[in-house]
Design a protein around this ligand. Sequence first.
Ligand code: MN
Ligand code: MN
Length: 469
Amino acid sequence: MGRIEGKELKERLFNDKPNGWEGLNDEERNDIFNFARDYMFYLNSSKTEKEIVQNSKDILLKNGFVDISEKEILEPGDKVFYVNRGRCLYAAIIGSADIEEGMKIVAAHCDSPRLDLKQNPLYEDNELGMLKTHYYGGIKKYQWTNIPLSIHGTIVKVNGERVNICIGEKEDDPIFTISDLLPHLATEQMDRKLRDGVQGEELNVLAGSIPYDCEDVKEKVKLNLLKMLNDFYGIREVDFTSSEIEMVPAYKAKSLGFDFSLIAGYGQDDKVCCYTALRGLLEVMNPTKTAVVVMTDKEEIGFEGVTGMYSRIFETFIMELIEKTGSARVSSLDRAFSNSKALSSDVDAAYNPNFPSAFEKNNTSYLNRGVTVVKYTGSRGKSGSSEAPCEFVAEVRGTFEQAGVKYQACELGKVDKGGGGTIALTLANRGMDVLDVGVPVMGMHSPYEITSKFDVYQAYKAYRAFLND
Ligand code: MN
Ligand code: MN
């Protein structure tokens, strides 16, 4: 055998990841753009965890899924879901194998960083109506000033009546904003560290300015706003005590760039994985292993709580699957978990040309190079991570390569620059193999996160291939 041409040898041996758009035919490009259009439509009406769970439930119902409570017995091919308190969703297609033999699970999270209203939010300052907020998740606070905000939420009265609020999304709705200090008077503020440039207690939302028309009363603007809320929703100030109200960017997801190749939109961490996992599940046909998709809440604040991924409600759902498929040994649940394989489907930090020094170029993710395969997360020496065994990584690679899914191996930025975690460990701790697979995002946790349409489509293909066991 002669000497191999260097170019050919390099192609064979190097792990160079090309830009995914190269070499695509028109049909593939169309599929990608059409999928992205559907995703952006879903994103625009799914800004909170409650909205995305409701929209996803609607999609499941249209595709033959039923609430698990409606089924006494589950047979292979049956499609069921369970909604946990309106904030978290589990969906499953029953496989032909016993659930004890393990499931295929894709788990994403449906909450995103935002500004929540405090429980005593409304006050008046020099005849301006204001709302106090407490930020949710890791944000750079200065990014949330001077942008249009919409208000989404639920207020529950003592009699149990629910009031849903959504203002700022329709074309002729008013919006809200947090006004930053003008540069002319910001000499002191500009000397602050960026972390404190805008502080938590400065994230107060401007909410109105017309006083109630009367004499001898203080706080007439606040009174007028409460009167309007009372007329419209029948609520009083005390009802904020039992409310969950979220301020999120009011603008829509849009195609980004002359070539329309990217998507800018709020909440893509991690609604992009919720949507691609859901779409993947819809196309699972007669699986051997039961296919499960999770959309969990409370990821951004540490996985805890009744709707978080640590919640026992997940066990309750899986036990119900086990019981209704006819097996109910005491050890069934643990066996099912220990034989299961899961993808923790969450986003990764894409290389940002404005801040190259934060990224280690050989091990960062890049837009347009496919789904991210993240063997470990964590910070300072992989701390707080559940590292995926290399055997399982190889198995997932095999699935992806067979299905023509483009993927890239990466980790979150440079060593010791920061770090982060995902729900992977909450699944691994239950006894299953777990690997983080998601979508690269630029500007993660900002009010306008950026993804690539190519990568979004790869995520859908990846989850579909993984679940279709
Ligand atoms: Mn995430
Ligand atoms: Mn996040």
